[in-house]
Design a protein around this ligand. Structure first.
Ligand code: TLP
Length: 348
């Protein structure tokens, strides 16, 4: 390691969840008017909920502590115990939420095979079982956009329309895990509301690409959000003077939503650089947003992650042969170039 590299802070590409609130965001948090949100009296939370509902073109929204709770409150509010929900095989709500659909909602998960997290109306139809006393009733379809395990893949709006139409014909309710819907909208040149229009409920996260420290929101009809609010309380997510957190989310919506294209350009820059290195498989054409998947041929992914970390580049091993790198607010183009230099040393 060179002397200059040793002195520089690490480049953290593990996730877009690692961002630190900026000084201006902290000031907005300190200034926030607050009240008891369980009583509905926090003006800043109320403002954030109204703003999120308007952005997504829904009647109402609900502020929640995390994307996981937001997805799971949606699943609980849409279903009864013993129902079946349909999700893509590598979706976050199925893979990475600690078994919550079974534990909290008592539902069966039926998995839809996908390509980079996306599937077709035909795939959905093939997965839904007919109405029959022996089968759990299929109740809810969950879609993820962008798709995390798909490498930040973006659903074309037309494909969403076809899948949503099939879901309607099959009598399914629909939920969108839009933890990174902001990124999808920016990349597709669509509004978040255009995507949200196809779903009964939508989760969005403020603590990923937007850079707020905490918080997600769920949007839907006023009636659905009333029901979701009860389950948020039941799951222990009723917060009190949460306006301090909502202020960060509002700040992030105003100031950071418009800069996501920078993260996408940096992810592309990283993928293009990595594509030129030996022993790695990266496809820059598949990098649509802020997530880069890198297949490691020369050594196991966890070993490469360890060596990169020693040199000040933090990444995550997704599995034995794939590394995930995510760009965000606190990663610059210069950081990407520095990371590429270090990566070149590691594979050499
Ligand atoms: N994803 C995190 C980890 O949990 C893997 C990450 O680093 O990407 N939906 C999607 C699509 C997500 O990617 C995540 C978080 C969530 C939901 C859950 O959000 P949180 O972490 O706020 O519970």
């Amino acid at each position: 390691m060179s002397e200059t590299q040793r002195k520089l802070p690490p480049i953290d590409l593990r996730s877009d969840t690692v961002t630190q609130p900026t000084p201006a965001m902290r000031e907005a948090m300190a200034r926030a008017a607050v009240g008891d949100d369980v009583f509905g009296e926090d003006p800043t939370v109320n403002e954030l909920e109204a703003r999120t509902a308007a952005l997504l073109g829904k009647e109402a929204a609900l502020f929640l502590p995390s994307g996981t709770m937001s997805n799971q409150v949606a699943i609980r509010a849409h279903t009864e115990h013993g129902d079946e929900i349909l999700l893509e095989v590598s979706s976050h709500a199925y893979l990475y939420e600690a078994g919550a659909p079974a534990a909290l909602s008592g539902v069966m998960c039926r998995l839809i095979p996908g390509k980079r997290g996306l599937f077709t109306a035909e795939d959905l139809r093939a997965a839904v079982r007919p109405t029959n006393m022996h089968f759990p009733p299929a109740r809810l379809l969950c879609v993820e956009n962008t798709h995390n395990q798909g490498g930040g893949s973006v659903w074309p709006l037309e494909q969403i329309a076809e899948v949503a139409e099939a879901a309607r014909e099959l009598g399914l309710r629909t939920h969108l895990d839009g933890a990174r819907l902001w990124n999808a909208a920016a990349a597709a040149g669509r509004s978040e509301a255009e995507y949200a229009a196809y779903f009964d409920s939508v989760n969005v996260c403020f603590s990923k690409g937007l850079g707020a420290p905490v918080g997600s929101a769920q949007a839907g009809s006023a009636e659905f959000i009333r029901r979701a609010r009860r389950f948020r309380k039941q799951f222990g997510g009723g917060m009190r003077q949460a306006g301090i957190l909502a202020a960060a989310a509002l700040y992030a919506l105003e100031r950071h939503r418009s800069r996501l294209a920078e993260d996408h350009a940096n992810a592309k820059r990283l993928a293009q650089g990595l594509a030129n290195l030996p022993g790695l498989d990266t496809n820059p054409a598949e990098v649509e947003t802020n997530i880069v998947l890198i297949r490691t041929r020369s050594m196991p992914a966890p070993e490469m992650v360890r060596r990169l970390q020693q040199q000040g580049v933090l990444t995550l091993a997704r599995d034995a042969e794939t590394i995930r790198a995510v760009t965000h607010l606190q990663v610059s183009a210069e950081d990407i170039d520095r990371a590429l230099n270090i990566w070149a040393e590691v594979v050499a």
